[in-house]
Structure formats: structure tokens, C-alpha cells
Write a protein that binds this ligand. Structure first.
Ligand SMILES: [Fe+2]
Ligand SMILES: [Fe+2]
Length: 164
């Protein structure tokens, strides 16, 4: 189907749908990474973010409700690509180093999600969609917080591995 967007509102709605696909894929990726992870703390961190991601999906569905639309999933191939890259590297890496790959793959997704929500917040603000902005900001802040947690975990692990 050929799609063309000529208004900021249409473009925003499409991108909101891409965020929904992005979160579905993130959830799948977090589950796979949790299985691949070796350390208990890393597993717990990934599990916690799965729960947050489920709430983020609910927030996006609510955002659709607020604009009077059914949740509509638009294409979003990026997270699928990041997942593919992460999974391929996990398969090639020694178990004792796997958590470095897991944390790095998770961090890649977080940064993509942050970028997506920053743009969506800008668009929703300019369209005067106050309630939607609040929901998107909640998601953005969680992704930023997760990105910081993952960075700390990656640093701790790298230090331990270098000392081993
Ligand atoms: Fe997310
Ligand atoms: Fe996330």
C-alpha cells in the first residue's frame, strides 16, 4: 500500500504506530536477552524492563485512545535489526562474556527508543496533545533511566572481566 503524509498530524499518528511496533519488538528482544543472560542481576534488570515495556505499550495504546484512534501498528524494522545483531553476537561469544553482549544489545535498543520518544514528544507538543505528551514523556523517562542502569551494569561487568 502506498502511503504519503502531508500533514504533521498524519505523520505523528504513523510514527506513534511505529513506536508501538518498536515496543512489541523490544519486549521480544528483552525476553530473548533475559534467556541468554548469565548473571542473576542482569537477568533481573531485563525482567524489570520487560514489565516497564508492557506499561509503555499500554501508554501508547492509551495515547491512541486520546486521539480517538484504534491502536495501529506501523512498520518499525530498526529494533528487529538490533535484535538480529545482538542474537548473532550472543551465539558467537563465550558464556563468560555473553552478558557484555546482552547489555550492549539492550543499550542499543534503549538509545533508539529514546530518539523515537524525543521526536514523538516534540511532535505531540506542537500539535497541542497535552495528555499524549504526558504518556510519551513517561516512556521517554523510563528509557533514559534504563539506559543509565544498563551503562552502569556494563561498566561494572567490563571492570570485573578486565580484572579476571
Ligand atoms: Fe520501551
Ligand atoms: Fe526500553
Amino acid at each position: 500500500m502506498f502511503e504519503h503524509f502531508s500533514t504533521p498530524r498524519d505523520l505523528f499518528e504513523y510514527q506513534l504506530g511505529s513506536a508501538l511496533t518498536m515496543e512489541d519488538d523490544s519486549l521480544t528482544m528483552l525476553r530473548e536477552l533475559e534467556v541468554a543472560a548469565q548473571g542473576v542481576e542482569v537477568k533481573q534488570q531485563l525482567l524489570h524492563h520487560q514489565q516497564e515495556t508492557q506499561q509503555q505499550i499500554a501508554n501508547l495504546e492509551q495515547a491512541f485512545q486520546l486521539i480517538g484512534k484504534e491502536p495501529d501498528r506501523s512498520p518499525s524494522p530498526t529494533t528487529k535489526g538490533l535484535m538480529k545483531e545482538g542474537t548473532a553476537l550472543v551465539a558467537k561469544t563465550d558464556k563468560r562474556l555473553v552478558d557484555s553482549v546482552v547489555l550492549s544489545a539492550a543499550l542499543s535498543t534503549e538509545h533508539y527508543e529514546i530518539a523515537a520518544y524525543q521526536s514523538l514528544c516534540i511532535a505531540a507538543e506542537s500539535l497541542g496533545l497535552t495528555g499524549v505528551v504526558e504518556l510519551l514523556k513517561q516512556n521517554l523517562e523510563e528509557e533514559q533511566h534504563t539506559s543509565e542502569e544498563l551503562t552502569q551494569a556494563a561498566r561494572k561487568l567490563a571492570t570485573a572481566l578486565a580484572a579476571a
